[in-house]
Design a binder for this molecule. Structure first.
Ligand code: SIN
Length: 370
C-alpha cells in the first residue's frame, strides 16, 4: 500500500486507496494553506515514509485514553492526514511496511525494513527515509539499521508515546520533525537518527527510559546529537563510531540465536543451562552494576563459554560502561564486555557479528569499535 502527498495537485491518494472521506485526486485538494505551486513544489525534497505500527498509529476508544489502546491500528494515510503541514515540507512517498505493536518486532520485519530502505535510498531522487515505529523496541531497530544500511542519506526513526486518537497526541509533531530532519542535508552521514520530542538522538546511544512520559527517550552516556524546533534543525555533536556504509554488517541470511539473561539476587543457573541445551549461539547477560554477575550464574555462563557459546557481559543499570576484566574476569572466562551498549543493543551487535562468523576471540574488538 502506498500513498503520496505533495504531488503537484496537492494531497493525492492512489485510487485503490480512496475512501469516501479522502480528497479526490481530481479535486486537486491542497493541504496546509497555500498551494504547493506557490511554494515551489519542484524544490521540495522527496522523503520516503515507511510505517510499521506502534503507538504513533495507535487507536483508543476516546481522546482521554492513553493506556490500553491498540498500537499499530491506523494506516499510514491517517498519520499523514493529521499533519497537513507535511505537504509544505516534502514530497512524501508513504508505504505501510507493517502494522504491529513493536513488542512483537521480529527479525523478518527488520530484514524487510532494511532491504526496503536501501532500495528506496538507492533512488537518486529520494533524499531520505522516515520510519514510524513503536517506542518499545525502537532502540533495537534503530541500532540494527544503523549497523546494516548501506547509504549515507538520512534515515530517521520516530514514534509517539500517546496514541494518535489522544488529546495532545505527540505523534503528529514528532512525524513533522522527523521529516524535517530527514530532509535536512546536515543529517546525512550520521547513521540512523531517532527524533522525538524536539530531540535528535543517535541510534547507538538512544534508549527508552520511561513507561509513559512524552520525554521517554534519552541518550544517557553521550546526550543528544541535536535538536529540531519549528524550521530549525541543529546538530551539536558528530557520530564517531562507524555505521551504515562503514561497517561489515549486513542483514543475516541466517540469524544466530542470541538470548538475554539477567543477574539478580538468588538467580539460578536454570535459564543459562536451558539456553545452552536449546543450542543458542550467544547469551548477553544483563549484569548488576558494572556488569557483575551472581556467582551461580557466572559459573553457568563460564561453562557455556567453554562450550563455544558467545557470552557478552552488559549492565542492567541503564547507563555507564562495562569495563573488560572489571567486574568479572572476561579474559579468563572467555567473555566479552559490552562497553556502553545496553543488553538489548549488545544482543543486536552480537547477532550481526556471529552472522559474519567473527571468531569469539575477536568479538571484544568489535564491541570496542561499534
Ligand atoms: C509499541 O512499541 O508499539 C507500543 C508502545 C509505543 O509505541 O509507545
Amino acid at each position: 500500500m502506498a500513498v503520496s502527498i505533495g504531488a503537484p495537485d496537492g494531497l493525492r491518494y492512489n485510487s485503490a486507496m480512496q475512501t469516501p472521506n479522502s480528497p479526490s485526486s481530481e479535486s486537486g485538494a491542497t493541504r496546509g494553506g497555500a498551494s504547493n505551486a506557490t511554494r515551489g513544489i519542484e524544490t521540495l525534497p522527496r522523503i520516503a515514509l515507511l510505517a510499521t505500527g506502534g503507538t504513533i498509529a495507535g487507536s483508543a476508544a476516546d481522546a482521554l485514553q492513553t493506556a490500553g489502546y491498540k498500537a499499530g491500528a491506523l494506516p499510514v494515510e491517517r498519520l499523514l492526514e493529521a499533519v497537513p503541514a507535511l505537504a509544505e515540507l516534502a514530497l512524501i512517498e508513504a508505504e505501510q511496511l507493517a502494522s504491529i505493536d513493536s513488542k512483537d518486532m521480529s527479525v523478518d520485519v527488520w530484514a524487510r525494513l532494511a532491504q526496503r530502505i536501501d532500495a528506496l535510498l538507492a533512488r537518486p531522487e529520494i533524499a531520505g527515509v522516515v520510519v514510524t515505529h513503536g517506542t518499545d523496541t525502537l532502540e533495537e531497530t534503530a541500532y540494527f539499521l544503523h549497523l546494516t544500511l548501506k547509504s549515507r542519506k538520512p534515515v530517521v526513526v520516530t514514534a509517539a508515546m500517546r496514541p494518535a486518537t489522544a488529546l495532545s497526541a505527540d505523534g503528529p509533531l514528532n512525524l513533522c520533525q522527523a521529516v524535517k530532519v530527514a530532509a535536512d542535508p546536515q543529517a546525512a552521514g550520521r547513521g540512523v537518527l531517532v527524533v522525538l520530542n524536539n530531540q535528535i538522538h543517535g541510534a547507538r546511544d538512544v534508549t527508552k527510559r520511561n513507561t509513559a512520559a512524552v520525554h521517554a527517550f534519552e541518550s544517557p552516556e553521550f546526550g543528544t546529537l541535536g535538536w529540531v524546533q519549528d524550521a530549525r534543525v541543529e546538530f551539536q555533536r558528530t557520530v564517531t563510531r562507524p555505521h551504515t556504509v562503514d561497517t561489515p554488517f549486513a542483514v543475516p541470511a541466517h540469524w544466530p540465536i542470541v538470548e538475554i539473561v539477567a543477574s539478580y539476587a538468588g538467580v539460578s543457573a536454570a535459564m543459562v543451562d536451558g539456553l545452552v541445551a536449546a543450542g543458542v549461539h550467544g547469551i548477553v547477560v544483563a549484569g548488576t552494576g558494572n556488569g557483575s554477575i551472581h556467582a551461580t550464574l557466572q559459573h553457568a555462563l563460564a561453562q557455556a563459554a567453554a562450550q563455544g557459546v558467545a557470552v557478552v557481559r552488559a549492565s542492567r543499570t541503564g547507563s555507564g560502561h562495562v569495563m573488560r576484566d572489571g567486574a568479572a574476569p572476561d579474559t579468563e572466562l572467555g567473555f566479552t564486555a559490552a562497553g556502553t551498549l545496553n543488553p538489548y543493543k549488545a544482543r543486536v551487535l552480537l547477532m550481526l557479528a556471529l552472522a559474519l562468523e567473527i571468531p569469539l576471540a575477536d568479538l571484544q574488538a568489535h564491541f570496542y569499535v561499534f
